[in-house]
Design a protein around this ligand. Structure first.
Ligand code: PHE
Length: 365
């Protein structure tokens, strides 16, 4: 049963346009899927309150991929063949989106990932879009910040070998940091789900770096931060958008404070549009929305606008309408899709504080 606008279940009927979401609602990336779902739900409620699209109400069918690519692929197939959704939204983790994009492209069903940054995701084909920046930019942003703002000379890298996102971001950071005159002392790796990082961290300590780049997800990064301090590493940690979760503060405790990561959005952005989104989100879901919630909201709104503009609800027509997205006012930045179906946007650098992030700077493409 597809979920009704704003929750609950209604049977699919001619009066409903069904969208689909595949996301991690359980597993090591659970806050990613949940935040994204909240953002999408908010956008749908607003659109339905304003009359829906083409005389129909919007509804969303959500499947949990348990933070696993194989599950993401299967859920996508279900959305396509069983639920016959008009657009697929998701996922967050690039490895999951890559598995989904394969299926969506083959079936000719448009897919918009709110937040997967790995370059190859949208290269899967002309039905695959994203409303966020890509990792070559994000890697550059942190390399520049490490070199020019933190004035670091020697940085060690600790990457997640099970994540397309982490491997790529590690490569980009290494290339950019080296080009800017810095030195990478060592590159160590782990596998998503590991719990003991002391061997890698001890190897890193021996190279005496003045910073450590950890392009992973919050569930591992929080633990890595604690163990880094345990083995005597006192230098700042740096990372990318994968750190963004309320859980990071809990998992990392005081060990993660004073570290930095690049991200899509800062809750401190004074823009009234952003603050309005934050206060409405808080009222409904409690807690400050993270970048996933903001990008989920933006992706759903881009999808809805495209459905309005599209001449009909067929795959090719909807795809063409999405591709024409231009100067769209998102809460995580203005969205214009380029000819590679990526959004070109600025990034922010955030500092991890006590239970919240602090805005540091914005870097434009
Ligand atoms: N960019 C990450 C990826 O591609 C996902 C992510 C986005 C995580 C934003 C947190 C915040 O895997």
């Amino acid at each position: 049963q597809p979920a009704a606008p704003g929750g609950g279940n209604v049977p699919a009927s001619g009066d409903v346009i069904l969208l689909g979401q595949v996301g991690a609602l359980t597993g090591g990336q659970a806050t990613f899927g949940i935040s994204t779902r909240n953002g999408i739900e908010m956008a749908l409620k607003e659109a339905n309150a304003a009359g829906g699209v083409k005389g129909k109400k919007l509804a969303i069918r959500v499947y949990d991929n348990q933070s696993k690519p194989e599950e993401a692929a299967q859920a996508t197939t279900r959305l396509i063949t069983q639920d016959k959704v008009a657009i697929i939204l998701g996922d967050v983790a690039s490895s999951n989106s890559l598995a989904m994009a394969e299926k969506a492209q083959a079936a000719g069903v448009p897919m918009i990932t709110p937040s997967s940054t790995n370059t190859t995701v949208t290269q899967k084909g002309d039905y695959i879009f994203r409303v966020c920046f890509i990792d070559p930019f994000q890697g550059y942003v942190m390399a520049k910040f490490a070199r020019e703002d933190l004035k670091l000379n020697k940085v060690a890298v600790l990457q997640d070998n099970k994540s397309a996102y982490s491997i790529d971001l590690s490569d980009v950071f290494t290339r950019k940091f080296t080009e800017m005159g810095g030195k990478i002392t060592t590159t160590e790796s782990y596998s998503q789900g590991d719990t003991d990082y002391r061997a890698q961290l001890t190897a890193i300590r021996k190279t005496q770096p003045d910073g450590i780049y950890v392009p992973g997800y919050y569930s591992e990064v929080g633990v890595i931060a604690r163990q880094a301090r345990e083995v005597g590493l006192k230098v700042p940690l740096m990372g990318g958008d994968g750190w963004d979760s309320e859980k990071l503060f809990e998992l990392g405790g005081s060990a993660i404070q004073g570290s930095y990561f690049s991200n899509h959005y800062s809750p401190d952005n004074p823009d009234p549009r952003v603050q309005k989104f934050i206060s409405e989100y808080k009222a409904t879901y409690g807690g400050v929305p993270d970048a996933l919630a903001a990008l989920g909201y933006d992706a759903a709104r881009v999808a809805i606008e495209a459905l309005k503009r599209s001449k009909d609800l067929s795959g090719p027509a909807v795809r063409d309408a999405i591709a024409q997205t231009k100067d769209f006012p998102g809460v995580a930045g203005t969205i214009t899709l380029d000819d590679k179906r990526n959004a070109v946007k600025s990034a922010v650098v955030l500092k991890v504080g006590d239970g919240k992030t602090e805005y540091v700077t914005t870097v434009n493409p």
